[in-house]
Ligand binder design. Structure first.
Ligand code: COA
Length: 241
């Protein structure tokens, strides 16, 4: 893949590693990051050599401190800045990937940072991780999925509380709310994410992809429809054997 400036993409032993790489800006999500992430996600989706992916933020202080406020402030309005972001459906692309995606979260996980994490399947948090949705303070609402993905993960009341009050939550509470799967020490974050990826990659990638689809697509279905989906995906695997 081409050289990127604000994303690092590496591939090793069937695992893809995506690093948001603007540490001096707390990995704030700007248009260049959107474009580079779009290319990387496309590559991940189509590359049979990649079985599982880990996302992380560069530097000591953040996974991602949200949308780049400097871009917001130079755009004619936050609304127009937001519209520019919609030109590429990066979030749709994210959610269309049927390979397992792991988020390794530390420091600030704000706005788009939470939204990227919520597009992943398993979230590990370091003890220093802090989560928040500052959008209302900017006169906008989340537009990279959080108004839909967060309540699906932690329930409507808690999602609304976090959104409407702008309250930040720490790793321990994020775990209690089931926003993250596990909290580990800062030193353990990367080894724990790699152990998880190494375990998942030992399984048949088609079975893994179908299992992910059964769960993620099933969440939006009735139980009856979900059971039909499971039967269909299961028979597709059987047919391939
Ligand atoms: N967009 C652009 N730059 C950002 C940024 C963002 N979302 N978040 C942080 N930065 C930059 C700061 O401007 C600063 O740059 P500088 O060193 O040139 O001054 C650098 O990253 C370090 O951040 P700083 O604010 O000095 O760190 P802090 O520890 O004092 O505060 C935060 C950390 C996260 C509390 C604070 O940076 C913040 O509130 N950021 C904005 C969060 C936000 O509202 N995001 C938008 C969500 S929609």
């Amino acid at each position: 893949m081409g050289d990127f400036e604000v994303i690092i993409y590496e591939k090793s032993n069937e695992i893809g590693y995506v690093t948001l790489n603007r540490p001096d800006r707390l990995n704030a999500y700007n248009l260049q990051m959107r474009d580079e992430l779009y290319q990387v996600l496309g590559a991940i989706k189509n590359d049979p050599e990649v079985k599982v992916v880990i996302f992380r933020g560069a530097g000591e202080r953040a996974f991602c401190a949200g949308a780049d406020l400097a871009e917001f402030l130079t755009a004619p309005s936050p609304i127009i800045a937001r519209q520019v972001r919609w030109e590429r459906d990066i979030w749709g692309l994210f959610l269309s990937i049927t390979k397992p995606l792991i988020a390794a979260l530390h420091g600030y996980v704000l706005g788009s940072g939470i939204e990227i994490a919520l597009c992943c399947d398993i979230r590990l948090a370091a003890e220093d991780a802090q989560f928040g949705l500052p959008e209302l303070g900017l006169g906008i609402i989340p537009a990279a999925g959080a108004s839909q993905t967060l309540p699906r993960m932690i329930g409507g009341a808690k999602a609304l509380e976090i959104l409407l009050t702008g309250r930040w939550i720490k790793a321990k509470e994020a775990h209690q709310l089931k926003l993250v799967n596990q909290v580990v020490s800062r030193q353990e974050l990367w080894p724990a994410a790699k152990r998880l990826a190494n375990k998942i990659k030992t399984y048949d990638p088609i079975a893994v992809s179908h299992a992910k689809q059964a769960v993620t697509r099933g969440l939006d279905l009735t139980l009856e429809q979900g059971l039909e989906l499971e039967a269909k995906l299961s028979s597709l695997i059987t047919a391939l054997k």
